[in-house]
Design a protein. Structure first.
Length: 109
């Protein structure tokens, strides 16, 4: 699966220069991590966002956002935002802010 350099750059711009951020090729795309914990990712089929189990209902109610599926496995707590969703600046920010809030609530690695 090929990467989406444009989406990767949109995510970098939104995440900014926060301490603890890193990037790693994963899932056929590029993953963004905060202190070693998965935060979000960019692939050619959309932006992957970690919202946490039970925290994704609001996002799944939005057109262009669906539950992330890897193979046959449903990834509860993760959503995939398609181009119509991730190209909306306010929605992209809301998704990434929610991902930060969730990941910051997790115990340290």
């Amino acid at each position: 699966m090929s990467r989406d350099a444009g989406l990767e750059e949109l995510i970098r711009q939104e995440l900014g220069e926060r301490p603890g951020l890193s990037e790693k090729p994963m899932f056929g795309g590029l993953a963004f991590l905060l202190d070693g914990r998965l935060l979000c990712g960019a692939r050619n089929d959309g932006m992957l966002v970690r919202l946490g189990k039970g925290n994704d209902g609001w996002a799944l109610a939005i057109d262009g956002i669906e539950l992330m599926v890897m193979g046959d496995r449903r990834m509860n707590g993760w959503v995939r935002a398609g181009p119509a969703a991730f190209s909306d600046d306010a929605l992209r920010k809301r998704l990434l802010d929610a991902a930060f809030a969730h990941v910051l609530s997790l115990p340290p690695k």
